[in-house]
Write a protein that binds this ligand. Structure first.
Ligand SMILES: [Zn+2]
Length: 524
């Protein structure tokens, strides 16, 4: 019956664009079945994740841990048979930094070991330091006056903001997207952006006055004041309960950064206890020893490898995939973004194991500097494809079909963001068809931000991020001291890997490159 209909359509010289596209984008089910078989039965995803996180450790950009991970990833990709595996510099970054030691405790009114993590790019204590705690609350520069002459030899306990009030948490930490939430993303592009429960960068830079710049300006004044008053260290809490501490952005990593005191971010139940005791007029003594090392000659890199294309007309074209390998330092950066890196690596491992002969070249890139503002991917895109400010492009700009990114935690894939590219909707709907029973079917026109596909999207190269179940990303793991291997579900990782492999394969085999959105306009 299907054949007859098709024959009729053909003899009638029916030329319908969406029909033609549908034919082109019908996934090769035999290949999809092989990808699923390799990805589920011979998965190396958890082993890759173990090597990257437990074995390698934290990977703050510019740290020796990050450099070690780059070496490992290059070698692993090469061992799997990928071509042109290389560590590719994108530039300098300021100072590298790594924690060598961290101990903090309360010694009076009684002994209590404290949960605390050094704030990135702060100095160590230079041996064990001891001092009485003083609670300090500064909301504006004028508040500093009242602490004049009171801080010498003290450890400053900055009072947490209102969002860190103690309360019993009745919400489960882990969450999957419900059908209703996915439906909402599907039909209403402007529906509540917080549905996916993702932590988002504070993007109000253009607001005037800029609250973030104001807060940083005040903080710089406070740092100078604390040093002038001869305080010896700072502890504070930004967010986190029940042993979880979310690291906030670091102190300045600039080579000529002004000096700051050693500073630790502390768990809520511990810092609040200290503050309650101080408020009640009790004396609280603290001791701590932290050691951090700075690296001033740091050059930062991305890791690149390829499965070369085989079609003589298309092999110069590219399908790209990746995730960022850099992390924060409080744990092993497993869900941000060890899982994204693992999925990208596992996807190319699967394709290599199946000995696919892609028409276009498949290129994996593992980024660094993402946490400091997509620096690795921006650097890469600028040097290979084009400059987003001038909108001047390199010859390779026209060669990229798509870039696929994964960086929203450890959750399985539930669909994909079209990033406002209506033309790819029928293609992606067709490509997700074989994964419906695994929970991945939503294609939303929405944009999602805050990660490396934006570097491509900014200059008009199709760049996509998949929709993922949040699991414990917002509640526990994202930038925290609990971002560990234990928080990953192996089935989620396998599912994401086979979908990533399939999308990359389909893009590599398609007759045409993926359609692009209308060109963004050059900034004046
Ligand atoms: Zn990330």
């Amino acid at each position: 019956m299907k054949k007859i209909v098709m024959a009729l359509l053909c003899t009638a010289a029916f030329s319908n664009a969406s029909f033609a596209q549908k034919m082109d984008d019908e996934p090769d089910l035999q290949m999809i079945a092989r990808i699923k078989q390799e990805g589920f039965n011979n998965s190396k995803a958890m082993e890759t994740l173990f090597q990257l996180t437990d074995v390698n450790g934290p990977r703050l950009t510019g740290s020796p841990g990050m450099k070690k991970a780059e070496q490992w990833a290059r070698q692993q990709l090469s061992d799997w048979g990928l071509a042109n595996a290389a560590i590719e510099p994108w530039g300098s970054f300021g100072k590298g930094w790594q924690v060598e030691k961290c101990y903090a405790a309360m010694t009076a009114p009684y002994y209590q070991q404290l949960i605390a993590v050094p704030k990135a790019w702060t100095p160590g204590t230079n041996g064990l330091i001891k001092g009485n705690a003083i609670s300090v609350k500064i909301d504006a520069a004028a508040d500093m006056e009242k602490y004049k002459g009171m801080l010498a030899g003290k450890i400053i306990v900055l009072e947490p903001g209102a969002n860190t009030e103690t309360k019993v948490n009745f919400k489960p930490d882990g969450k999957r997207l419900t059908d209703e939430e996915l439906e909402k993303m599907d039909v209403d592009p402007h529906a509540d952006d917080e549905i996916d429960n993702l932590p988002r960068r504070n993007n109000n830079k253009n607001q005037s006055p800029n609250p973030r710049a104001a807060a940083m300006g005040l903080r710089a004044q406070m740092d100078s004041f604390f040093i002038a008053e001869k305080a010896i260290a700072v502890v504070r809490l930004v967010r986190g309960t029940m042993g979880t501490v979310f690291t906030s952005n670091g102190a300045s990593r600039a080579i000529d950064a002004k000096p700051v005191l050693p500073e630790l971010e502390m768990g809520q139940e511990h810092i609040n206890r200290i503050i309650r005791l101080l408020d009640a007029g009790k004396e609280v003594s603290l001791e701590m020893e932290t050691k951090t090392t700075f690296y001033t000659d740091s050059i930062e890199n991305n890791v690149v490898a390829e499965i070369p294309g085989t079609d003589k007309n298309l092999k110069s074209e590219l399908v790209m995939l990746g995730g960022h390998m850099d992390s924060w330092h409080g744990a092993t950066g497993t869900t941000d973004n060890g899982t994204g890196v693992t999925v990208a690596m596992e996807a190319v491992r699967i394709l290599k194991a199946l000995d696919v002969k892609p028409r276009r070249t498949i290129r994996i890139v593992l980024w660094s500097g993402e946490e400091q503002g997509l620096l690795g991917s921006r650097g890469y895109v600028k040097s290979h494809f084009g400059d987003k400010d001038s909108m001047k492009f390199k010859p390779e700009y026209d060669k990229v079909s798509a870039y696929y990114n994964l960086d929203n935690g450890a959750g399985k894939i539930r669909g994909i963001y079209l990033q406002s590219n209506d033309m790819v909707r029928p293609i992606f709907e067709s490509w997700l068809e074989p994964f419906k029973d695994m929970g991945a079917s939503t294609v939303t026109i929405r944009n999602t931000g805050s990660t490396d596909h934006i570097s491509f999207d900014d200059i008009g190269i199709p760049g996509f991020q998949f929709i993922q179940d949040p699991l414990e990303y917002g509640s526990r793991t994202h930038h925290s001291n609990m971002d560990s291997y234990d928080r990953v579900n192996s089935n989620d990782l396998k599912q994401a890997s086979v979908i990533m492999a399939s999308f990359v394969y389909n893009t590599a085999m398609r007759d045409e490159k993926l359609p692009r959105k209308p060109m963004p306009v050059a900034k004046k």
